[in-house]
Structure formats: C-alpha cells, structure tokens
Design a protein around this ligand. Sequence first.
Ligand SMILES: *Cc1c(COP(=O)(O)O)cnc(C)c1O
Length: 437
Amino acid sequence: MLNTNEVNKWKEQLPLIEKMISKEQVLWLNPLLESVTTGISKTGITKMQVQDASDRLERFASYIKSVFPETIVSNGIIESPLTAIPKMKAALEEKYGIQIPGDLLLKQDNILPISGSIKARGGIYEILKHAETLALENGLITIGEDYAKFAESGFKNLFSKHKIAVGSTGNLGLSIGIMSAKLGFNVTVHMSADAKKWKKEMLREKGVTVIEYVEDYSKAVEEGRRQADEDPTCHFVDDENSIDLFLGYAVAGERLAAQLKERGTTVNEENPLFVYLPCGVGGGPGGVAFGLKLAFGDHVHCFFAEPTHSPCMMLGMMTGLHDGISVQDFGLDNKTAADGLAVGTASGFVGKTMEPLLSGCYTLSDETMFQLLKLAADIEGIRLEPSALAGMTGPINVIREHIKGAELSTATHIVWGTGGGMVPEQEMNLYYGMSRN
Ligand SMILES: *Cc1c(COP(=O)(O)O)cnc(C)c1O
C-alpha cells in the first residue's frame, strides 16, 4: 500500500490521476515508447522464443484436431476470424460524432475454439508445453512424432499423476481447466468471489476441482500459488509472471499478419495499424501486442483498454511502479462487470516488458461497455461479453487526440474482441439488458 504522502505526490506529479479517481474515461500516452529495434531488445524476450511457441502449437495440431472436433476446419490450429464491422463503425461515428476514416475490424477471439476467449491462446499453450515436457522426460514421445498420440491412455496415465493449478476470475480457469482435464491432468482452479456461477459449474462438470474464495482475484492467485508450492507434482499457471502464457499469446502476431495479408490489407508507414486490447492483469494483451510488434514493427500502435474502476496497468505504467501500485491505493474499488478486467494490480512482468512498446492506455465505464455490447449485438449480430467491448472506444480516443496516423483513411483499426463465446445465452441476455439506452 502507498502511504498518503506518496499518493499525494503522484497526484501532483500526474494530474491525470485526479481524473482517474473521479472515474472519468481517460487516455494516457506512453512517454517511454521507443522504436521496436531498441524496444524489443530491452524486453529480454526474443522472436525465436515466439517462433518456438508457434512451432509447438503446430506439433500439437494433430492432437487438438483429434480431441476437439470443432478445430478440424482449421486443421487443429486454434485461431479466430478477423471480421470487418462497417455497421459498427458507422454507429460509433454517429454516437461519438467523430469520423473513423480507416477500416474497422474485429478480431473475434470471442469465437476462438475450445474456450471462447483470448485465454484459449496463452492458457492452452502453457498446458500443452507442460504436457510435452513431461511426455519427453518420460520417454513417451519424441519431437518428430505425430502428437495425436497424446490422446492415448499411456499419456493420460502419466498426466493423472500430475497436478495443475491456477487462480482465475473465470476465463483463464475455463481455458486451463478444459485443456488440462482433456489431457488427463488433475486440475484445480482457484476462483475469486466475482467469478460467475456458470463457469464454476461448467468446470466441475468437466471434472475440474473448483475452490472458491470470498476475496478478489489476487487472493485466489495467492492461495493457488501457495498450495502448488507445497506440492512438487503440481504445476502452477502463474497469470502474473508466466513467460509461457505470454509466448502463447504472442503467436497471435504472425497469425494476424497472415490474415491481413490474405484480405489484402497492407501495413507500413503510410498504412499504419492500430490495435486496441482489453487489459486485466496484462498477459493476454501484452503477449498479443508483443507478437504484433514483432510482426509489424513501428507500424503497429498498441493500446490497452481498462475499466474506469480498475485501471491497474495504466497506473502501473504511468508511475513506473508496475505491480508496486494498486487501484485501491487511489480509492478505486476494482468493481466492474467486465470479467477478466477486475484486476487491482497489474502484472509487473508484463508492465515492465511493455514499457518501451506500448503506445498508451485508456479507460471506459461499464455503462459504455454495456451500450456498445447492445450495439454490436443489434447491428452486427455479434455477441461479446462486456470486457470484449473495451477495445471499441479505442479508435474514437486516438482519433480525437490526433494521434499521428490514426485519422488516415489508409489506417486500419483492430478491436480485439476478447471473449463471449462460452457465455450461456441467459447470461448474455442479462448483459444485453444492462444498457440504459
Ligand atoms: C482475461 C481477459 C482479458 C484480459 O487478459 P489479461 O491477460 O488478464 O490482461 C480480456 N478480455 C477477456 C474476455 C478476458 O477473459
């Protein structure tokens, strides 16, 4: 906790903080942003590591295809469509009175196979990597073999002697739980108080142990980590510090590059790309943004979006304190309907990694998310969960601020639609009804 003196010092030094305390929707531009060439080298993470993750996902494709039939169409590769949303663009222009001259696209991670959210990238990758490590160590497989073998009973026997644990507000738990249970691991998801009942029920149905906490996300993570530490057969998926999760997300960069190429969209100096990513603890958006920087260099501009009640990454980045500061330090309550974004303290690892690469952060209210949720459902027929709408005000924010390149008709704006596919219809109807107009 910061003391009163420190809190006052920050308020004086960074006037934007007063606005954040009054829960205004704000945009912050990162003064430490630098060129990709120098920026990437500061992170200590390399293109080769992301390539290694991508290769591993390729190796597992035959297994994924065999156990999740919905991935047959994509040959076992877990990827989402990139969809033009011209009607939404027109509606945003009208709602905010601002022209968006470039294209507006939605990256539909809400319909990613297996777990219907961005967590199907990092979460599933980390479990597959762990399974591969164990299988190699135990001589069950070699790298060149067909990984469809992972569905055989010998593998399940091995994995049943191993445990996986994770702390989650919901979607990471779903992704880790579903993948781990499928491989045969003994998996426990530690869930915070705000996690939805249907998520707990769905996991229990799949044979996952769910432990519930009355406290928030941080407590669930802390307890999960503590219990895992006491057990050497347990692998703890560390949402705040995991490089594997980060790398799994980062593979999205090359995949998006291929999709843009396929639709004939060029990205270069004259045709900049702007990407808006909902941010909770930071691993998902951080990893994806890192992958995008690798793929597009200085021609991609990445922004994180957070709820006005939980701007943890923005506070961490603007003060440079990262995980040494929380939204509660400034009297914010960390209460939001945006599952996955209700995080009081951001990942220090991700904050520090993204310091030279992120263009900025902005906030939006729950009310705005609900209005946009209804709009997207009504005019595009796309049903997203509240968090997944956080990216939608990004183009408005950057164009309003005259960020270089954003108002060009040759710019492309991509909103990362991070989730919604697993939300039961009844729950979705409740979300839909939350908008006051
Ligand atoms: C988890 C999640 C995010 C944010 O990802 P972090 O890694 O926590 O920053 C955004 N949207 C949805 C739907 C999520 O589930």
